[in-house]
Write a new protein. Structure first.
Length: 425
């Protein structure tokens, strides 16, 4: 077969694309501009998919928060109706009992008969309604679908860009939440929220510009070696102990402190991101032989388990606090967990220059400052709803007491208002 001279010359000047193994040894997604993506394009693809995924995640969290609000309102309305029925039944029973006592002239023992009456029940014969499960809400499942799609975008992003770059881009979910929550959930949007959004955007842009091209694809042996290093084993032991303590504290103090549930979300999310990075790296290393690696199944199990725990505790936090509080705090804790875990496990900053490191730290500082502006000075609307519901509950015993007084006042009023009779001598 005859090869043209121009092709030979071009071939000597430009080597053909290397294989996947060579690409891994070179520490890049693909070498050159022909036959694959360059390093800069790889980081750009990861950044774009992370941004799109985080916007969808913001929609998903607000949709789930909306589902919790609807379920809470429906439960409160059922409780109000139950208490009204209970109050009316109790009042009628006491009126009937008071009439019987009046006819029998049992004034001396009226109070004792009232307390021991079998017709009057404490609840009016009804049981307290249970909170409906959010698993039966269509809106909640729609949020789960959106979250799944958004997390798939983040999964792709971890395959193209370092985890320490992808995780700070979660601020996009925070920024979009500030736009979505006021319209969907009627949550207030303040001037300091706008200032916080501007600062957070500046921090996110700085983090993006600090992205380096150091994102090597790891094989199964390299991942095993990284997991068995003493630094990561120490990190694993400390975080597991913290997770156990927070899970115990969630049932007791979770309603008072937002950091408990969201601390669990951040720690579980850190392991989700680390396992996602490993799975994506294995898939890019070899697509067909990945099922033969035991470490692949370990990473998938960690990914699935921690993702489920994230869903559990993020929904618990959304039930207790506003979305405008939950999403920013969750972003900060998740970002810190991913940055620390990725730096320990994958050594993201081992070959980072001082210029890129300075931009990264400055961008994270700006991002966290913007989050502080958005979250500080807020009053939880959940407390207002609870106080309103409690005030409605307080009115029910008053109605019962009024009905009780009405049954006994006819006789007492006649004896106190009328002047005493004089006996003739």
């Amino acid at each position: 077969m005859h090869i043209p001279p121009s092709s030979v010359a071009a071939g000597s000047a430009t080597p053909p694309p290397t294989s996947i193994q060579s690409n891994y040894n070179g520490g890049v997604w693909a070498l050159g501009t022909s036959g694959g993506y360059s390093e800069s394009w790889s980081s750009l693809i990861g950044i774009v998919t992370a941004i799109v995924g985080n916007v969808l995640i913001s929609f998903a969290l607000n949709m789930q928060r909306y589902a919790h609000i609807r379920l809470e309102r429906e439960w409160q309305e059922k409780e109000r109706q139950r208490k009204r029925r209970s109050a009316s039944q109790t009042s009628l029973a006491r009126l009937a009992e008071g009439g019987k006592r009046k006819r029998r002239n049992e004034d001396a023992h009226g109070d004792d008969a009232l307390e021991s009456s079998p017709l009057i029940g404490k609840d009016g014969g009804e049981t307290i309604t249970k909170h409906p499960s959010y698993l039966k809400s269509t809106y909640w499942w729609l949020g789960i679908i959106l979250m799944t799609v958004g997390e798939c975008g983040n999964f792709l992003a971890y395959g193209f860009a370092p985890a320490s770059i992808v995780s700070p881009l979660g601020v996009v979910a925070l920024i979009s939440n500030c736009m979505i929550a006021p319209f969907m959930l009627k949550e207030p949007f303040r001037m300091r929220d706008a200032l916080g959004v501007v600062i957070a955007v500046g921090g996110a842009v700085t983090v993006v510009f600090s992205a380096s091209d150091n994102n090597p694809k790891l094989g199964p042996d390299e991942i095993w070696d990284l997991i068995r290093r003493w630094e990561f084993e120490t990190y694993l032991g400390i975080t597991c102990a913290v997770i156990a303590c927070l899970m115990v504290a969630s049932n007791r103090f979770g309603e008072k402190n937002i950091l408990i549930d969201l601390g669990l979300v951040g720690l579980f999310g850190g392991y989700t991101a680390l396992s996602t990075k490993g799975v994506a790296s294995l898939l890019s290393y070899t697509l067909w032989r990945v099922i033969t690696f035991p470490v692949f199944y370990l990473l998938v199990a960690i990914l699935a388990g921690t993702a489920i725990m994230q869903i559990k505790y993020i929904n618990r936090a959304l039930q207790r606090f506003d979305a405008t509080q939950v999403i920013p705090v969750q972003f900060v804790l998740f970002t810190l967990s991913v940055i620390l875990g990725s730096a320990i496990l994958y050594r993201d900053f081992e070959r980072t220059s001082g210029d890129h490191a300075g931009k990264f730290v400055g961008g994270c500082a700006l991002t966290f400052t913007g989050v502080w502006f958005i979250t500080s000075g807020r009053v939880s609307s959940g407390s207002d709803t609870a106080s309103e519901f409690d005030s409605d509950d307080d009115q029910v015993p008053d109605a019962i007491n009024l009905s009780t007084h009405d049954t006994s006042t006819p006789e007492t009023s006649s004896s106190t208002l009328l002047p005493p009779r004089r006996t003739s001598r």
